[in-house]
Design a protein around this ligand. Structure first.
Ligand SMILES: Nc1ncnc2c1ncn2[C@@H]1O[C@H](COP(=O)(O)OP(=O)(O)O)[C@@H](O)[C@H]1O
Ligand SMILES: [Mg+2]
Length: 364
């Protein structure tokens, strides 16, 4: 099955707003998700991710705007009249019910017969790779097992959409990474549309077809993980996703969409549209930077003189930390062997492609 279809508006939030005690938390938010897509809402704590998810689930009314699911307006409906599955951070399994009874709960509530529910429970226990725990109680399960059961319980009634609110945040890193890949492949196989809330950029990058980056109640950027990483539309997105080196400068000249930005004594070239004299920040991703001992500027490249300050060995790569003459900081990813051959205190040239250079308004 495919993970995405060309149906653009399976879930459609239009101009959705929400306030708590007079404070606006979501501001005329628009979000359109295709059938079968896995979309993450990614942003810092308090930016409104859970609020949006709860409004899709019907656990919280919208103040303004509409939410449509598969062509049907659902924003006025109570939760049980929306065919949504929800998985919360804290599992929320019923402690007095067995695993099988937990998974069957939504089915029985919909009038599914006992034998049919049993078949579905067995199928989902297989899908979550826990075929032998049907008779256990939640208290006898690990955190990871409980969360798998919570996913099975949400999926068993065949919801139109699955909503997950930081479902792995209580799990340790190793387990979390395993479950991310497992869940992604399960949901893809089932072809179910999913909205996944997380504040963890790596989790969003690993799992998502598209990521909606949220900041203070608005979506700053909505796109595929690679697009958001390679082409962040704002300083907020640049800073929130991945690392970057940033240089503050002033636009010295611009012609035909190419800027010449003065950073200290150096000119940096970058595609962009800013007026002459504008304060800008030029940014590069660590893997786009490299180091030479020579100061010549090949075509299409930027060169910036830097002094090696420190090397941090992180396994497969080393982070080499450099500074420019004006105190600018550049972090460059190098192979550990290459990094070992550089001398702390020596001056080198940082080089990177003009077309791998990003530019944003404002001072650093
Ligand atoms: N029931 C509520 N009453 C008052 N304020 C709330 C309520 N729920 C959320 N908020 C506030 O709304 C903002 C967004 O919260 P939330 O959606 O939970 O953020 P996130 O899930 O992104 O961390 C926060 O400032 C939070 O304090
Ligand atoms: Mg939240």
């Amino acid at each position: 099955m495919t993970s995405m279809s060309d149906d653009p508006g399976y879930l459609d939030a239009r101009s959705v707003s929400k306030s708590f005690q007079g404070t606006r938390v979501l501001e005329n938010l628009d979000l359109t998700i295709g059938r079968g897509e896995f979309v993450s809402l990614l942003g810092p704590s308090g930016c409104g991710k859970t609020t949006l998810l709860r409004m899709i689930a019907g656990l919280l009314p919208v103040d303004g705007g509409t939410i449509t699911l598969d062509g049907k307006v659902i924003s006025g409906l109570p939760p049980h009249r929306r065919n949504v599955g929800v998985v919360f951070q804290n599992y929320a399994l019923f402690p007095h019910l067995t695993v099988a009874e937990n998974i069957a709960f939504g089915l029985r509530a919909r009038g599914v017969s006992k034998p049919e529910a049993d078949t579905t429970v067995a199928r989902f226990l297989d899908l979550i790779k826990l075929p032998d725990i049907a008779g256990r109680y939640p208290s006898a399960l690990s955190g990871g097992q409980q969360q798998r059961v919570a996913v099975a319980r949400a999926l068993a009634p065949h919801p139109d959409i699955l909503l997950l609110d930081e479902p792995f945040s209580a799990l340790d890193r190793k387990l979390r990474e395993g479950m991310q890949i497992e869940l992604k492949s399960l949901l893809r196989d089932l072809g179910i549309t999913s909205v996944f809330v997380t504040h963890d950029q790596d989790e969003a990058l690993v799992m998502s077809d598209r990521i909606a980056v949220m900041n203070a109640g608005v979506i700053e950027q909505f796109g595929a993980p690679k697009e958001i990483y390679k082409n962040p539309k704002s300083r907020f997105v640049l800073d929130f996703i991945g690392a970057s080196s940033q240089l503050s400068g002033v636009v010295a000249a611009q012609e035909e969409g190419t800027l010449s930005v003065r950073v200290g004594e150096t000119r940096v070239r970058v595609a962009g549209h800013f007026r002459k004299g504008a304060d800008v920040v030029v940014a590069m991703r660590p893997e786009d930077l490299s180091i030479t001992e020579h100061g010549t500027t090949p075509d299409g490249m930027n060169v910036f003189p830097v002094t090696l300050k420190d090397r941090i060995y992180v396994g497969a790569r080393s982070h080499a930390l450099f500074s420019g003459a004006g105190g600018e900081k550049l972090a460059i990813e190098l192979s550990p062997d290459l990094a070992d051959n550089l001398n702390v205190g020596q001056t080198y040239s940082a080089v990177w492609a003009t077309d791998k250079t990003l530019v944003f308004p404002g001072a650093a």
